[in-house]
Design a protein around this ligand. Sequence first.
Ligand code: COA
Length: 451
Amino acid sequence: MVKQAALDVNGRLAVEKKGGGMDNNCLSILDKRTNATYEIPFHQGTIRAMDLRKIKTGTEDFGLMTYDPAFMNTASCHSAITFIDGDKGILRYRGYPIEQLAEKCSFLEVAYLLLNGELPTAAQLNDWISIVTHHTMLHESTKHFLEGFRYDAHPMGMFISTLAALATIYPEARNVHDPVTRRLQIARLIGKVPTIAAYTYRHGLGYPYVYPDNDLSYPENLMSMLWKMTEPQFKPNPVMARALDILFILHADHEQNCSANVMRSVGSSQADPFVATAAAAAALWGPLHGGANEEVLRMLDEIGCKDRVPAYIESIKAGKGKLMGFGHRIYKNYDPRARIIKQTAERVFEITGKNPKLEIALELERIALEDEYFIKRKLYPNVDFYSGIIYQAMGFPPEMFTVLFAIPRTAGWLAQWEEMVVDPEQKIARPRQIYTGYSKRDVVPMEKRVA
Ligand SMILES: CC(C)(COP(=O)(O)OP(=O)(O)OC[C@H]1O[C@@H](n2cnc3c(N)ncnc32)[C@H](O)[C@@H]1OP(=O)(O)O)[C@@H](O)C(=O)NCCC(=O)NCCS
């Protein structure tokens, strides 16, 4: 006999229709262990995992959970910031296609959009630029902190540590529930990340740090802090500055990726935004995430010349590593950012001359896109495949690539963080586990233990 066990937790579960029948907008589950059926309502194309908890074999049973390592099929939040359709290769911030934003907007305009939901008016943009510009300076103690790193410290290690260290300078940042305090820290972080990035670069070269120049735009100021030498004012190349701005727009957010998830997860404990951003940047550094652009360059160096590409592809297919800059958890079609980067690269190369690695990269892409192994697995170039080649042509060493990714992504992390903080449904992030260890056992005295 089939028992009807319609759930009614918090009024969200299946309700009897006036006519007596069950609501069609729900999932019917038959638990063959008990022969009970459960009606679980759909919620914006999903079911709530907590609704499964009522599926039990008896009163002692904890209730059904889902098992989803690496969040392959779990939505962890509602978000109105970024939309991706990985099958169609679509990326939009707040509804605006990435192609239009890259063509028509500046990075700070896009950062405003991510944080506020709408594109700014001219007056709003001026105010926003002025706010960010007035937060570009670092406290001198932060400069001394950076000076303490070894001469060959990886810029990303310095960048992450310095972000965390900012929490000691702005202790009020812990007041995460005050909107005014939150907005001040957001402006500080977006204003200061280029300065920290430039300091990490100059530290490696042994050059003196360059203070921000408030007369320059966001990317121009970064270029000045990176490359100014003895001249009174740095004159940024406008094509390079615009290319950097476009790269920043493309990297500004990417919905619930690994580092955004870390930002939300750390922020969910009400930790301040400086340490949460440091944690997100740490996640970005991994070679499977933002660290991939550095790995792409190492891979192109290892391949060495165009003729060796087929042999390299064969070695990947034989299981010897991955083709860095290829594949994506969400995009199973061409990454739309990679297409824009490729066009931007052309403009940069007109100034800098072609990066000789481009030839190897193009050949790698050509062969991989025709190869059954890559076609079957839907592996296409991602954002990191070409960004490293542009960065290198601009004069950056590979160690700086992930730092260059982290600068604009800070805006996305902060938009995701604030959305999480004000979301009444969010609590401290705390996944469940399937315990596979021993059941209870007693401690054996040392003299009786055997190896
Ligand atoms: C991005 C990435 C982590 C996504 O991983 P994922 O969604 O977990 O995909 P999987 O690792 O399950 O890959 C599916 C299959 O494609 C293969 N694959 C994935 N990326 C590959 C790559 N770059 N080169 C060769 N094979 C790859 C996997 O080996 C697997 O093959 P199998 O089914 O025979 O076991 C992965 O594609 C990758 O490591 N790419 C290289 C690093 C990179 O460029 N990262 C930047 C992302 S923007």
